[in-house]
Design a protein around this ligand. Sequence first.
Ligand code: MCA
Ligand code: AMP
Length: 481
Amino acid sequence: MSFGSPLLLRSLNPLAVAAGADIPDAVTIDGTTLSRSDLLGAATSVAERVARADRVAVLAAPTVTTVLAVVGCLIAGVTVVPVPPDSGEAELAHILADSGAQAWLGEAPDGTGLPVVPVRVHARSWHTYSEPDPSSAAFILYTSGTTGLPKGVILTRRAIAAGLDALADAWSWTASDVLVHGLPLFHVHGLILGVLGPLRVGSPLIHTGKPTPRAYAQAKGTLYFGVPTVWSRVVEDPESARHLSKARLLVSGSAPLPVPVFEKLRELTGQSPVERYGMSETMITLSTRADGERRPGWVGTPVAGVRTRLRDETGAPVPHDGESIGGLQVSGPMLFDGYLNRPEVTAESWTEDGWFRTGDVAVIDAEGFHRIVGRESVDLIKSGGYRIGAGEVETVLLGHPAVAEAAVVGLPDDDLGQRVVAFVVLRGMSGSAADDIESEIIDHVAQQLSVHKRPREVRVLTALPRNAMGKVQKKVLASGN
Ligand code: MCA
Ligand code: AMP
C-alpha cells in the first residue's frame, strides 16, 4: 500500500495520508465497521458542517460518531475538546466554560445551552481541504492536577504527528498490524494513540468496548494496547490470555505495570509486553522497543526526538547510574503547547532552559533505560490508568452537606494500581447514621465529576491527622491502609 509522498506523510490530516488502496475494515467500533473511504467520506461531510467553528466539544463515547467527529475536525482544522461521556455536572460545566467550546459535535448531554451539530454516519462528501497550520491546536484535553479543577492541555497537530511517528518507529507499527483496544476515547492513550495512530499508520482498528480479557482474546489482533488494570485482568483469565500468544506486540502504559503481571503475561502468552511511559502533556516519551530489550519494571529509552534528564530539588543534575533517583524532565517534538488559560502554571511546569517537569521521579541507567519510581506528589492518584487529582475530589466532597473535612488519598490496589479512598469527618453524625452516608457520598462525587473519580471507599474519622501547621498528614492516612 502507498501512503503518498513523504511531505504528505507528515500531515495529520487522515485524508492526506490515506492516498492508496482502501482498507475495508479501517475502524470497527460499537458493532459498526467502516472502510477507510467510508470513514473519510463521512468525516469530510462532518468537516463541511463544522468548518466555521474554532473549537467544539465532543462527548467522547466509544462510538463511530466520536471517531467521525474527531476526524472531521482534523480535516477542517477545528480544535476538539473531548469530554468524558460520564462527566458529572461540575466537571462538565468547568470543561465547557474553560475551553470556550462553541458547540457540541455529535451527541450532547441535556441542558448545557450549547448548539448541537449532528454527525451523520451515512452522509458523504469528497470536498478537499487544505492542510491546517501544523502549529494549530488539534485537541484540548482536560487532565487533573494536584489541586483545583482539571487543566486543558493544548496539543498541536505537529506534536501529535511527531508523537505517533515516534511510536510507529519504536513498535515497528505498520499497515499490516491490526490494533485492538477498549480504552476510553477522551485521553491520549485511547484517542490519540488508539484511534489516530491506526488511521495514520493505515492499520485497521478494532475497539472492543469494555476491555475485558475475553473481548481482547476474541478480537484476534496483532497489536494490543492496555492499561495495567487490563493486563492484570487478562492474566487472571489464562484461557483468554493464551489467545494473545499469536499477537505481535502487547503494549502497556498509563500507569506502572507490576512486575508479577509482566511475568505472568510472558508465561501465558510467550511474549514480554512492551511498556511505555507518557503523559497527557507529553504524549509518549519513553518506551521499550519492538526490536529491543523488554525489562520488567522499566519503561525503556526515549522515543525518536526525545531527550530526558534527572534533577534534584535544587535543580542539580542527578547521575544516570541506574540507582540515583531524581525528578524526570523531558523535551521533544510531541510535547504540549501549555495549559489553556493558565499561563502561570504553564510557566512553572517548564525549566528556564526549556525542559518539562513531569512530576514523576525516576532512575536512568547507563544504557539510557528508565524506571519510573513514583510521583513527586501524593495528591496525583492513578487508578485504573486514570489520573485523578485529590484536590478536585476533596472540593466536591466538601460540597456535600454532611462532610465537614475531607482528605483523599490513593491506596495500593491489586486491580486498579491505586484506589481512591476518602477520609471524612462528618458534621454531627456518628455510628450507624455515618455508615449509611458512605454510599451517598460516593454517588455525590460520581454525579459531580466522572464515575472513575469516585472514591471506592469512604472512611469516617473523628478528626484528620494534622501536623503542627494544620496540614493534613496524608502519609499517615496512607500508612493505615
Ligand atoms: C459504579 N458505577 C457507577 C457508580 N458506581 N456509575 C455511577 N455512579 C456510581 N456511583 C459503574 C458505571 O456505571 C460503570 O459501569 C462502571 O461503574 C465503571 O466503573 P469503573 O470502576 O471505572 O470500571 P472498571 O471496570 O473498574 O474500569 C477499569 C478500566 C478503566 C476498564 C481499566 O479504569 C479504564 O478504562 N481505564 C483506562 C484509563 C485510561 O485510558 N487512561 C489513559 C490516561 P459500566 O462499565 O457498566 O458502564 S493516561 C494517558 O493518556 C497517557 C498519555 C498514557 O501514558 O497513556
Ligand atoms: P496522564 O496525564 O493521565 O496520562 O497521566 C500521566 C502519568 O501517568 C505520568 O505522569 C505517570 O505518573 C503515569 N504513567 C504513565 N505511564 C506510566 C508507566 N508506564 N509507568 C509508570 N507511570 C506511568
